[in-house]
Design a protein around this ligand. Structure first.
Ligand SMILES: [Zn+2]
Ligand SMILES: [Zn+2]
Length: 84
């Protein structure tokens, strides 16, 4: 299933603009899975942090509040999803 929220292993050669996740405020470490949003090339977060953020009912980028594309198809079928 392609959900538009790709997870890639963090590598500072690819992601050198922001060194820490805006959700948990921890530094990215090599090989941690990160998800980059389409709103801005600097807007990437730990994939797990972003999933938690979304599951708490947020549908927008943590930083710029742009709506995250593809979010409904990602989570509507997950049993763990709860509406707030
Ligand atoms: Zn994080
Ligand atoms: Zn953004």
């Amino acid at each position: 299933m392609h959900d538009g929220l790709d997870k890639v292993p963090y590598n500072k050669d690819n992601y050198d603009e922001e060194r820490e996740c805006a959700i948990c405020m921890l530094e990215f470490k090599k090989e941690e899975m990160v998800t980059q949003l389409k709103c801005n090339s600097k807007h990437y977060f730990h994939s797990k942090c972003l999933e938690t953020w979304i599951k708490h009912g947020n549908k927008t980028c943590v930083i710029c509040r742009t709506e995250i594309a593809g979010i409904k198809t990602v989570y509507q079928n997950e049993s763990g999803y709860t509406e707030l």
